[in-house]
Design a binder for this molecule. Structure first.
Ligand code: CA2
Length: 146
């Protein structure tokens, strides 16, 4: 059966490409989605792509992925550093999760150095900009059983 991956994006990532270009670059979230769709077609996997500014909605999206997806890629954005709810939701769904950050969170402010998601993730990719999503797709699909 065709594998299905959900890519979830947290708060303010809808603003990508419109401001803070010196930190996050000039690529929009729509550009990232397009690149991910092309990569998924190449890899032969189905993709659902979503963004929310709301913690509870991200929890709902993780639970929904738990019902139908084979794996999750998530950029939890600021909730990375604050959300026990997202940590618990990832634990509960028992799916492989790859955490992605555009920036290198360890080269930034101290408050970004801790992630509530990393301990429940298969792995984390950070600092490679939008290419991180493509790297995560490769890492996750190669981890999924045939
Ligand atoms: O580097 C990443 O991908 C982050 O997850 C981005 C989050 C930040 O809180 C994390 O520490 C690292 C912020 C996303 C906000 O994106 C914006 C984009 C354009 C303008 C303003 C914010």
């Amino acid at each position: 059966m065709t594998k299905k991956i959900h890519i979830l994006n947290g708060p303010n990532l809808n603003l990508l490409g419109t401001r803070e270009g010196s930190i996050y670059g000039y690529v929009t979230l729509a550009d990232i989605e397009k690149n991910c769709r092309e990569e998924c077609a190449r890899l032969g996997v189905e993709l659902e792509f979503a963004q929310s500014n709301h913690e509870g909605e991200l929890v709902d999206l993780i639970q929904r992925a738990g019902e139908s997806a084979d794996g999750i890629i998530i950029n939890p954005a600021a909730y990375t550093h604050t959300s026990v709810a997202i940590h618990d939701a990832i634990r509960a769904v028992n799916l492989p999760v790859v955490e992605v950050h555009l920036s290198n969170i360890y080269a930034r402010e101290d408050f970004r150095h801790h992630s509530y998601v990393s301990p429940v993730a298969l792995g984390t990719i950070c600092g490679f900009g939008p290419a991180g999503y493509i790297l995560a797709l490769g890492a996750l699909t190669s981890h999924l059983p045939e």
